[in-house]
Design a binder for this molecule. Structure first.
Ligand SMILES: [Zn+2]
Length: 348
């Protein structure tokens, strides 16, 4: 059954949470479908207050006994929240693969200048339809790779922290050994993705299955690990610095994280804080982005927001103090000098 056939079977017992563009298509397929359109200007508005507002709208929509989330990351988060609060079964059907949100069981809630991960919502089904995903611009689908590629810098971040704390990575503490193994398993994923770069230029059954497979593994590894450390490190904190300190509100999460990966890789390389077995360095990361056709969008963003990007790089260390990150092991003066040098040497 394709997505159109599936939607045509829905009656008022199914609440479809969606955004503006899929809503139009859904209405064409099933004019009687029960729709809740999440009309946010950007994912940054996902505060508890706004999630509760969406919950109120859902409840006012009449009774429903299942939820279908058809959209991107914001829609997925809103649907998870409503599912959790109403104890209703959730089905995810992404119309774009722009983040790993439909695969994650926790809900990312904006809390002033940071993000809290709360609650646990397991979807009953995650459905994919190539024709539906193809309706979204290709670059938006590719941006979902940010939450896979971030494993490169996040795993380095974890290694550096452990090395700094323990003085060695050769130790036999059970919890450490388990986590190290999981980090090693995680870092295979971006390496495999890099080998598939020629397949990731467009939406095909192959590229969809590569991305879904990567998301499922990444999310599973984080679940077993106990938190998002294998895929969320300083590169994500840089994305949050751009959002919360730099005031960049309307740019997809993926663009900010990819820029974060590049600069954090440069810092990690500069500090020689890298695993000698690491295969992806900043040059091959840039080459990968160029090959799949994403590099230009990042360069345009950085050129148009150069002052904010540079200021946020300096601000990052201070902003990220609340998190467990390798940046906390760099002295303030050294950090400033490193950023100065990196900005001089590298232009995105
Ligand atoms: Zn992310």
């Amino acid at each position: 059954m394709n997505w159109k056939e599936l939607i045509s079977t829905f009656d008022s017992s199914t609440l479809i949470i969606t955004s503006l563009s899929p809503a139009h298509l859904i209405k064409c397929e099933n004019p009687k479908a029960k729709l809740q359109i999440v009309d946010f200007a950007g994912p940054k508005i996902l505060s508890l207050e706004n999630l509760n507002r969406q919950l109120k709208i859902a409840k006012a929509n009449g009774d429903f006994n299942e939820i279908f989330a058809i959209g991107g990351g914001t829609v997925s988060e809103v649907a998870k929240f409503i599912s959790h609060e109403t104890l209703t079964e959730l089905n995810q059907m992404p119309s774009v693969l722009s983040t790993d949100s439909p695969f994650c069981t926790s809900i990312a809630i904006r809390n002033f200048d940071h993000i809290d991960y709360r609650f646990l919502v397991e979807p009953k089904r995650i459905c994919f339809d190539e024709d539906l995903l193809r309706l979204a611009p290709m670059y938006l689908n590719q941006l979902g790779l940010c939450d896979i590629l971030s494993i490169i810098t996040a795993s380095n971040d974890w290694y550096i922290r452990e090395l700094k704390r323990r003085g060695t990575l050769k130790c036999y503490d059970t919890d450490f050994v388990k986590k190290k193994k999981l980090i090693e398993l995680a870092r295979i994923i971006p390496e495999e993705i890099r080998l598939e770069m020629s397949s990731l230029r467009e939406i095909t059954p192959k590229s969809i299955s590569i991305m879904i497979n990567a998301f499922l593994r990444e999310v599973y590894i984080c679940d077993v690990f106990g938190n998002a450390s294998p895929e969320e490190g300083a590169e994500h904190y840089f994305a949050y610095t751009l959002e919360f300190i730099g005031g960049i509100r309307e740019v997809p999460h993926g663009i900010l994280v990819l820029i974060g990966i590049y600069y954090i890789l440069r810092i990690q390389e500069f500090m020689e804080y890298v695993d000698p077995e690491r295969m992806i360095d900043s040059d091959s990361f840039i080459f990968f982005l160029r090959m799949i056709g994403l590099l230009g969008r990042l360069q345009i963003f950085v050129r148009e927001n150069r002052e904010i990007v540079e200021n946020c790089l300096y601000e990052l260390k201070n902003y990220a103090k609340r998190y467990d990150t390798f940046l906390n092991f760099i002295k303030e003066d050294s950090y400033k000098a490193i950023i100065k040098q990196i900005l001089k040497d590298s232009e995105l």
